[in-house]
Design a protein around this ligand. Sequence first.
Ligand code: AMP
Length: 115
Amino acid sequence: MGNTIFTKIINREIPADIVFESDSLLAFRDINPQAPTHILIIPKIEIPTVREIKGNEHSKLLGEMYDAANQIAEKEGIAEEGFRLVFNCGSNGGQEVYHIHMHLLGGRKMNWPPG
Ligand code: AMP
């Protein structure tokens, strides 16, 4: 089971700097950080893109992802000054890994528009 590098991280087949884990989620530092804090929060189940998210099926999981983001932001010391949460979707959205992931970015002032 599993087609992406993130499944290998979940299964501990390749290493990652894991900062949070629950029954349903894993969070680890991005290997190519775009901000002083750059963490990826992923579900353990495989959902390729945001387009496959169904409110009636995944609302609890999504709530848990936001709870995890808030908890990690507090722990990383970036909560007060603010941070950015991003889901990239598909090729125009800049998605490279087809296993949904929430980017948690912080520790610097973010630009807008994001480019
Ligand atoms: P996206 O472009 O939204 O699909 O984001 C994928 C992210 O995964 C990028 O920011 C990559 O730097 C990151 N990434 C890819 N491989 C790894 C890895 N082995 N460990 C941690 N982060 C990774």
